[in-house]
Design a protein. Structure first.
Length: 379
C-alpha cells in the first residue's frame, strides 16, 4: 500500500497533461468545476487554484452546497488547517464581489490545480513526509514564500466526504506521523517562528523528522521569502502574527496555579491547574491590544456571569480588554466590568477587586523561547 503523499507523486510522474489536478478519492466534482481552475492557471502559471469544497454527508451522501461569503484557509498555533473569515482587505480587493477568486493563505488539503512544470520547479511534495497530514500546510508556505499564489475559486465546486474517523490505521500512530511531518515543514519554512510552535506543542520536540537538507537547498535555490514576510504580506491576521507584551504562562504566585486552556474551544470555560512549566495548554499571549489569547481564542467576560470563557478574538476591545498592573497590584482588571481576574477551584473568574492573593498574577514570558529567537536572528 503506497501512502497518500507518495501515491500523488507517482500520479504526477505518470501524468502527461500541461496541468495537474489533484482530488481525493472521496470527492464528487460538480458540473463546470474544471474550467474556472484551468482559467486561473492560464492567467499565471504560478497560480495554484483550489475549488470551493462542498460537504457530502458521510452517512447519507447527501450533497450540501457552500454558499455566501467565502472563508479562507489558514492554520492554528498547532499547525492544524482551519477555515477563517475572509479578511476585510481581501473583501476590498475584490470589491465585495464574491464570484471572484480570493487569495487564501493556505489550502485545505489535496484539492487543487497546478501547472505541471511549475509543480516540479517549486518542489513537488516533500516525499519524506509519511502517509498524510501537514503536506497541505507545507505546500501552502512553499508556494507563497517562493513567489506563487493560492487562489480559492468560488465558481468551481467539488464535494468532499468529511468522515468522522479515518478507516485506516497509521504505522507508528497518528500523532507520531503528524508530528514528524509538521516538524519537517517547520524546520524548513517557519524560521524562528518554529520555536513558538515547539513551545506551544512541547511533545513534538522529541519526534525524529529525518534529513531536511535537500528541502533547505530547494528553498535557497528558489530564493524564497522568510516566514515573517509570509505573515506580514500573505496573512497578517494570523494568530502567529500577534504582537505580544508577554508570551508564556499566566501564574498565580501565591499558589503556583496557572491559567490553562484545557484544550477547550470557543464558548468553553478557561481553566486553572497546577503550573507545569512545559508550555502546551498553559501558553497564553498578552498582546498590545490588551487581549489575553490562546491562538485565535481570547479571554472574554461579561456583567452577566463570573466565569471567564473563550471566544474568537475580535481585536475590538470590549469584553476582551484586560489591564495588567505588572508593577504595583499585579491584578488583571477587566475594563468593561471593572472586576479583577480571580480563580477558585479549577475555574477562572471575575470578582470585585479586593486585593486577595488569588487576584494577583504573574504574566511571564518564556526566557528559553526568547533566547532561541534571539539566537536565530543573530545567526
Amino acid at each position: 500500500c503506497v501512502p497518500l503523499i507518495r501515491s500523488r507523486l507517482a500520479g504526477a510522474d505518470a501524468a502527461r497533461g500541461k496541468v495537474l489536478l489533484f482530488l481525493d478519492s472521496h470527492c464528487e466534482a460538480s458540473r463546470g468545476w474544471i474550467e474556472p481552475l484551468l482559467h486561473q492557471v492560464t492567467l499565471d502559471r504560478r497560480n495554484v487554484p483550489t475549488p470551493t469544497i462542498d460537504n457530502i454527508n458521510y452517512k447519507t451522501f447527501s450533497y450540501g452546497i457552500i454558499r455566501g461569503e467565502p472563508n479562507v484557509g489558514g492554520f492554528t498555533w498547532g499547525l492544524v488547517f482551519n477555515w477563517f473569515p475572509m479578511p476585510n482587505r481581501e473583501k476590498e480587493r475584490i470589491h465585495g464581489d464574491y464570484s471572484l477568486p480570493v487569495e487564501s493563505p493556505a489550502m485545505a488539503g489535496g484539492l487543487f490545480a497546478i501547472d505541471r512544470d511549475y509543480f516540479n520547479e517549486v518542489g513537488r511534495y516533500d516525499d519524506q513526509m509519511d502517509v498524510w497530514g501537514g503536506e497541505n500546510i507545507e505546500m501552502s508556505f512553499r508556494i507563497w514564500q517562493c513567489g506563487g499564489r493560492i487562489i480559492q475559486v468560488p465558481c468551481s465546486h467539488v464535494g468532499h466526504v468529511f468522515r468522522k474517523n479515518s478507516p485506516h490505521t497509521w504505522p507508528g500512530g497518528v500523532r507520531n506521523i503528524l508530528s514528524k511531518n509538521n516538524r519537517r515543514l517547520a524546520e524548513v519554512w517557519m524560521d524562528e517562528y518554529r520555536f513558538l510552535w515547539y513551545f506551544i506543542s512541547p511533545g513534538v520536540k522529541h519526534t525524529e523528522f529525518g534529513d531536511v537538507t535537500d528541502r533547505k537547498h530547494l528553498r535557497a535555490s528558489l530564493k524564497c521569502q522568510s516566514f515573517r514576510w509570509y505573515l506580514e504580506n500573505v496573512w497578517p491576521e494570523s494568530s502567529y502574527n500577534i504582537d505580544p507584551l508577554f508570551f508564556g504562562q499566566v501564574r498565580s504566585p501565591s499558589s503556583n496555579m496557572c491559567m490553562d486552556s484545557m484544550g477547550r474551544k470557543s464558548g468553553g470555560k478557561v481553566g486553572v491547574t497546577r503550573c507545569h512549566g512545559q508550555g502546551g495548554n498553559q501558553v497564553f499571549a498578552y498582546t498590545r491590544l490588551h487581549d489575553i489569547r490562546v491562538d485565535d481564542k481570547c479571554l472574554d467576560a461579561t456583567h452577566k456571569e463570573r466565569h471567564v470563557k473563550f471566544f474568537t478574538c475580535h481585536a475590538q476591545g470590549g469584553n476582551q480588554y484586560w489591564i495588567y498592573d505588572e508593577h504595583n497590584t499585579r491584578t488583571i482588571v477587566h475594563r468593561i466590568t471593572g472586576k479583577c481576574l480571580d480563580w477558585s477551584g479549577a475555574d477562572l473568574l471575575i470578582n470585585p477587586c479586593n486585593g486577595a492573593p488569588s487576584q494577583q498574577w504573574e504574566i511571564k514570558s518564556s526566557e528559553e523561547l526568547a533566547r532561541l529567537i534571539r539566537k536565530y536572528r543573530v545567526d
